[in-house]
Design a protein around this ligand. Structure first.
Ligand SMILES: [Zn+2]
Length: 806
């Protein structure tokens, strides 16, 4: 190999060293090296701080702010009315919320109406809750007519809440924001385009309100631009996390018109991979275009009784409003006929704005990064800083931290949830910051340890090039698989390669090599640090490994700067070399200690108490025919409180097909005096081997949903209609091979027409309804203060079922 020699600082004769990083050659004197390291670190810290400050939410404006601006203070007054209590679709509480919304919108002089209809669910959620799903919905729709409309702008949020909580954030945030935006818009000059305010019903149940509006409301007939506003937590920046396809023009307007544009094309890719849905899905199904925004930090309270108005960060509300108002004004004045551009954009936040470039650049940029890193490797070898063998070894070994850090982060979380099993039922811990920092410290420890172990043998140059090579290759992989995320590794790899090339080409005794590699690392910081920070709340600690992976990629881009923390490679011998090696272990050791301490602090600080209760899941299911009742829980590792009710495992699919499939914890319960829904035969006709049953299913108590299933060993279902609307006949697994779910059933009942081909003599039908709240049940003991409710659509559900042979 052609390793160069380095002037020795100790007076010992020069010796070949296995590769010195370009940036370090000028810095053979320890003091100069230390100064360079400090300067580079300060510069990177400043860039990092700037990037994170950019993610801060704005200060909430008070209720006496000028009429033309968005005021979180004014909007919050509506939050308090909307989220005074739980208001699930179909409930009397939801009627009151709807009345308030109508009154507010009418008070602004807007044409306001209620769309009252029965609608099927949107998107691909079907089957999850037991079969084809429909709901009775009542959407509040108001219109601000434009002066010379080229199309319509829709501001959308859902006003219903889950049954388990008042929905202080989800989605009183979006709904109150829309009321305040409507107020601000009606005080100014009339926009050119129609602005339609759509406050949907039954989002939590099935997105049915949005589906009804998008598919059948006259104002939706020509499509338009949808701005959907959501909250999946209580705090944090509002992230524009989902767009319609071919979003380049929309994203351009977002970057220009939203005062706080936080959004990345990577979030769009992540969201598509997650099993979440919002009303936006219903609009995309109908070929609308648009943007979907939400704040998502503080996810512990999501869908729980703790999602109260008081839990809301009003800075997040202000950001929702500032952005929604800015976008409504911009889209309100734009010619809406040319919004669907031919391509998707890549975009991400940087201090002061939103970077965006066309998606078709993704693959060329990824290939360019590979070419540049290859060139850097070739020049590194030619300059004698690393042999081919060492470059190959650097490449192979760089994979170690890329794999080890995420694995270690997942193992850390496994250890923490073993100590505190209640975390398994939370989207994120109540106070996740300590665990997030622990994951970052762990990733740092792994990177530094790996570097301390490999640096002397492989050399800084080969390791730096090896790390960049992985980023460049990941960029190609992402460009093909998830193009919106390719910038994450492509751009830092490009910057790193350019920084390395400059460092190689500039005078090694001057400051430029250090400046070049620091600037490259700064690009990595700007792109990857906000990603790490946003990934934690997006995925929760259960997927903290993803954030650890991104953190390690950032470390690899910054490797030449990390190298400055280490004594100069190969410069010392004997005792000095030993001291140098010991010093090199210091950062790694410090990071490892920090990881353990931070995890410990997290466990110490984030204990369950009355304000941060341990989540528990319990429901009650009774067969009204046999009187048999049982407690059921979704908890995989039940809390002590839940263990007072459940002692075994069961599959309820045969008895309660309306509860979905899968194994649940179960235990015996006392039978309650509760009626099953009534199933009446209104008409029964057989012709040509087909039997048509016209039925009425009527809950005998205030039910949130009702279900009807057919035992497909007694009859094959050919066609089905619910309230005159035909529904798809998709076979389900199990005994009850056909099912219908009806949310917010009216008191007078639901008419269902089934056309079947009988197999046995009678058709067996299973009717079920479900209400919420277990307090009145025999044998139920109220939770102690530190025990809470899991935020799920089945928590505290009370189901009563009965089989009807007809
Ligand atoms: Zn929700």
């Amino acid at each position: 190999m052609g390793a160069p020699t380095t002037p020795a600082t100790t007076g010992t004769p020069p010796r070949p060293i296995p590769g010195v990083h370009p940036a370090s050659r000028a810095l053979t004197r320890p003091r100069r090296r230390l100064v360079a390291a400090a300067a580079a670190m300060v510069a990177l810290a400043a860039v990092g701080a700037g990037s994170l400050l950019d993610l801060r939410t704005p200060a909430p404006k008070s209720a006496d702010a000028p009429a033309g601006v968005f005021s979180a203070g004014r909007a919050y007054e509506d939050v308090q009315v909307i989220a005074a209590r739980s208001h699930v679709a179909g409930s009397p509480a939801n009627e009151q919320v709807r009345a308030h919304l109508e009154q507010q919108l009418r008070g602004l002089g807007l044409e306001t109406e209620v769309q009252d209809t029965v609608a099927p669910e949107a998107g691909q959620l079907s089957g999850a809750a037991g079969g084809a799903t429909v709901a009775r919905v009542r959407n509040v729709v108001a219109r601000l007519p434009g002066t010379d409309s080229t199309g319509r702008v829709f501001l959308v949020s859902h006003y219903d809440s889950v049954q388990t909580g008042p929905g202080g954030n989800d989605d009183a945030a979006g709904t109150s924001t829309i009321l305040e935006v409507a107020r601000a818009l009606t005080t100014g000059p009339r926009p050119r385009n129609d602005i339609v305010f759509v406050l949907t019903d039954a989002e939590e149940a099935c997105l049915c309100g949005a589906a009804a509006f998008a598919a059948s409301h006259p104002l939706a007939a020509d499509g338009g631009v949808v701005l959907n506003l959501e909250a999946r937590g209580s705090t944090g920046p509002v992230i524009m996390f989902e767009t319609s396809r071919n979003n380049a023009t929309l994203v351009d307007i977002f970057g220009r018109a939203a005062p706080h544009p936080v959004g990345t094309s990577f979030a769009v890719e992540i969201y598509r991979a997650l099993p979440n849905d919002t009303d936006f899905t219903a609009f995309l199904d109908q070929k609308f275009v648009g943007l979907n925004s939400a704040y998502i930090d503080g996810g512990a309270i999501y869908h729980t009784p703790l999602d109260t108005p008081a839990a809301m960060d009003r800075g997040s509300l202000q950001q929702h409003g500032d952005n929604a108002l800015g976008l409504a004004r911009e889209f309100g004045g734009t010619d809406l006929t040319g919004l669907r551009s031919g391509h998707d954009a890549t975009y991400f936040p940087v201090p002061g704005g939103l970077v965006r470039y066309p998606g078709w650049l993704t693959v060329p940029l990824a290939l360019l990064a590979v070419a540049l890193v290859g060139t850097l490797g070739w020049l590194t070898r030619r300059s004698g800083r690393a042999s081919t063998g060492r470059l190959a070894a650097g490449f192979a070994l760089a994979l170690v931290p890329i794999v080890a850090a995420p694995v270690a982060a997942q193992l850390l979380w496994l250890a923490i949830t073993t100590i505190r099993p209640g975390y398994a039922e939370l989207l994120d811990p109540y106070r996740p910051i300590w665990y997030r920092l622990a994951v970052l410290a762990l990733a740092t420890a792994i990177l530094f340890t790996w570097y301390a172990l490999t640096r002397r043998r492989i050399g800084p140059a080969a390791l730096a090039v090896g790390g960049l090579a992985w980023l460049a290759l990941l960029g190609v992989l992402l460009a093909v698989a998830v193009p919106g995320g390719a910038y994450l590794t492509t751009v830092p790899a490009l910057a790193g390669a350019l920084g390395g090339l400059v460092a190689l080409r500039t005078r090694q005794t001057g400051p430029w090599p250090v400046v070049a590699v620091t600037a490259a690392a700064a690009v990595g910081v700007v792109i990857l640090l906000p990603t790490v920070v946003l990934l934690f709340p997006a995925l929760g600690m259960a997927m903290g490994g993803v954030a650890a992976l991104v953190a390690v990629l950032l470390g690899l881009v910054a490797l030449p700067v990390v190298d400055l923390l280490h004594p100069q490679a190969g410069g010392q011998r004997g005792l000095l070399a030993l001291r140098a090696r010991r010093l090199a272990v210091l950062p790694a050791g410090a990071a490892a200690v920090a990881a353990v301490v931070l995890a410990g602090v997290g466990l110490g600080v984030d204990r369950f108490d009355a304000a941060h209760p341990a989540p528990t899941h319990l429901m009650y299911a009774m067969d009204a025919g046999t009187g048999q009742a049982r407690w059921l829980s979704h908890e995989s590792d039940p809390q002590p409180w839940t263990n007072g009710y459940v002692d075994g495992v069961t599959d309820v699919g045969d008895d309660f097909p309306g509860l979905g499939d899968g194994e649940l914890r179960t235990g015996p319960a006392q039978s309650a005096n509760l009626p099953a829904p009534k199933l009446e035969v209104l008409a029964d006709a057989t012709a040509g081997g087909e039997r048509t049953l016209r039925l009425r299913l009527t809950p005998q108590r205030a039910a949130r949903l009702a279900t009807l299933h057919v035992d497909t060993s007694t009859a094959t279902v050919l066609r089905a209609e619910v309230v005159g609307r035909s529904v798809p006949v998709e076979p389900r697994a199990g005994k009850w091979g056909f099912g219908l779910v009806f949310h917010a059933p009216p008191a007078e009942g639901i008419e269902v027409t089934l056309t079947v081909r009988p197999i046995a003599g009678q058709v067996a039908l299973r009717a079920m309804d479900a209400s919420d709240g277990l307090d009145a049940l025999p044998g139920f003991r109220p939770r102690p203060p530190a025990v809470g409710v899991v935020g799920s659509h089945s928590s505290e559900m009370l189901a009563v079922a009965r089989t009807y042979p007809i």
